[in-house]
Design a protein around this ligand. Structure first.
Ligand code: NDP
Ligand code: 8X3
Length: 260
């Protein structure tokens, strides 16, 4: 039987947009309390309002930059001050920067991808595990990607970073075996969010091309999957969930009604 999320304390990183914002609304609709982090605090406040309207008794936001240990430490101290425990941690903050082949790519893009996706996930996990251990059936959910399972040209650093997320997820599960804390990864494929706008540094036309002729996943599809993973009974851990749109059979096999 599904575990009720009502009254649970759910921390979501990268909650100002995309999957994170949709997850805040979806957990809100399930009656959970949501604690939201990202850099754009005014957008977080709007998402917190939406979560409250959806059903959260408590929906609060706090500035968070997962690339900075001090910011993660301050965020964790804030969580400790407003919540008795953390039942669900969704490590979602991240993304891709650029799609250049290795010969042309920049240190700045590589560092941004490893700092957010890999080190950010590690920092947040380290900071909040003590509070997750206090939950009766805590769960840590990392947002990985199909890019961590299959490579593509121009994706060397992003694919490597997401493969890192997959492997750190598996290592954490081994470390936490016996504590009752579950560790899962949700790995989506092509989904229309601000992801491509960020990857292409604000070039909206180039970002739109990624989804041309395809029916991609929506943020809400991924949020529903995250909520489903979080609401399995305490003895059930969905280790790894891959979710793709029907048009995407594999990273290189995408059905397009019109050419991109
Ligand atoms: P969006 O760009 O829509 O959202 C990314 C979120 O991450 C934003 O809320 C952003 O907030 C936050 N973020 C970025 N950098 C930081 C940082 N340094 N500290 C804190 N928060 C940060 O993209 P998605 O919703 O699509 O992406 C969410 C996750 O899903 C990412 O990890 C991405 O790699 C992954 N993913 C995306 C797929 C897709 O096709 N869309 C497919 C598979 C995985 P802010 O800028 O306010 O800090
Ligand atoms: C995002 C999916 O294929 O654009 O993680 O890299 S992809």
């Amino acid at each position: 039987m599904a575990l009720s999320l009502a009254g649970q304390w759910v921390v979501i990183t990268g909650a100002s947009a995309g999957f994170g914002a949709a997850a805040a609304r979806a957990f809100g609709a399930a009656g959970a309390n949501v604690l939201l982090g990202a850099r754009r605090v005014s957008r977080l406040a709007e998402v917190a309002d939406e979560a409250r309207r959806a059903g959260s008794a408590h929906a609060l936001e706090h500035a968070l930059d997962v690339t900075q240990t001090e910011s993660v430490t301050a965020f964790a101290a804030w969580v400790r001050s407003v919540a008795p425990r953390v039942d669900v941690l969704v490590n979602n903050a991240g993304g891709a920067h650029g799609i250049d082949p290795v010969e042309q790519a920049t240190d700045a893009d590589w560092e941004a991808m490893f700092q957010t996706n890999v080190l950010g996930t590690l920092r947040m996990s380290r900071a909040l595990l003590p509070l997750l251990r206090q939950a009766p059936s805590g769960i840590l959910i990392n947002v990985g990607s199909v890019a961590g399972r299959e490579a593509y040209a121009g994706g060397a650093a992003y694919c490597a970073a997401k493969a890192g997320v997959l492997l750190l997820t598996r290592a954490l599960r081994l470390e936490l075996c016996g504590t009752g804390v579950r560790v899962a990864t949700v790995d989506p494929g092509l989904a229309e969010t601000e992801f491509s706008l960020v990857r292409f540094k604000g070039d909206a036309a180039r970002a739109a091309q990624v989804y041309q002729g395809v029916v991609p996943l929506k943020a809400e599809d991924v949020a529903e999957a995250i909520v489903w993973v979080a609401s399995r009974p305490p003895h059930v851990c969905v280790d790894e969930l891959v979710i793709k749109c029907t048009d995407q059979a594999a990273i290189h096999k995408v059905h397009r009604r019109t050419p991109a």
